[in-house]
Design a protein around this ligand. Structure first.
Ligand code: RB5
Length: 146
């Protein structure tokens, strides 16, 4: 898969480890995040990754900040984005099966690297179930046009 990843200053180390892991799994990864702990503004990174995913330039996105929340809120303001914060593998599976999340988010201050890898792998390997879930996704995106 072609994956875009973004992170703020809370997550450069975790981002690097996740990029390495993704590449080991055979994925192509493009980095829109920062590589130092110098303070930066996560809304811009969430927006940039969100725009690229919504434009169809990548199969999916991964966002990491301290909690995964701020950066995912920013990405979710981009039309067409369904970014989901996950701190466990059950949620990672369900956000793909039911919500067809196109961006996975998590917090570097919340989950450790091994849990983060499990979350990423589960999310990438799970298929969207479609059917009634697509109807509900259509309803979510209809809100964007109000
Ligand atoms: C940065 O200190 C922190 O606020 C950010 O990484 C994130 O957790 C926001 O939601």
């Amino acid at each position: 898969m072609k994956i875009v990843i973004g992170n703020d200053h809370a997550a450069p180390d975790m981002k690097k480890e996740i990029v390495k892991y993704l590449e080991e799994l055979g994925h192509e990864v493009v980095n829109f995040g920062v590589d130092t702990t110098e303070s930066c503004d996560y809304p811009q990174i969430g927006q940039k990754v969100g725009r690229a995913v919504a434009a169809g330039e990548y199969d999916c996105g991964i966002l990491i900040c301290g909690t995964g929340v701020g950066i995912s809120i920013a990405a979710n303001k981009v039309k067409g984005v369904r970014a989901a914060v996950c701190s466990d593998t059950s949620t990672a599976r369900l956000v793909k099966q039911h919500n067809n999340a196109n961006i996975l988010a998590f917090g570097a201050r919340i989950v450790g690297i091994e849990k983060a890898k499990d979350i990423v792998k589960t999310y990438l390997e799970t298929e969207f179930e479609g059917g009634r879930h697509q109807t509900r996704i259509d309803m979510i995106h209809a809100i964007e046009n109000e």
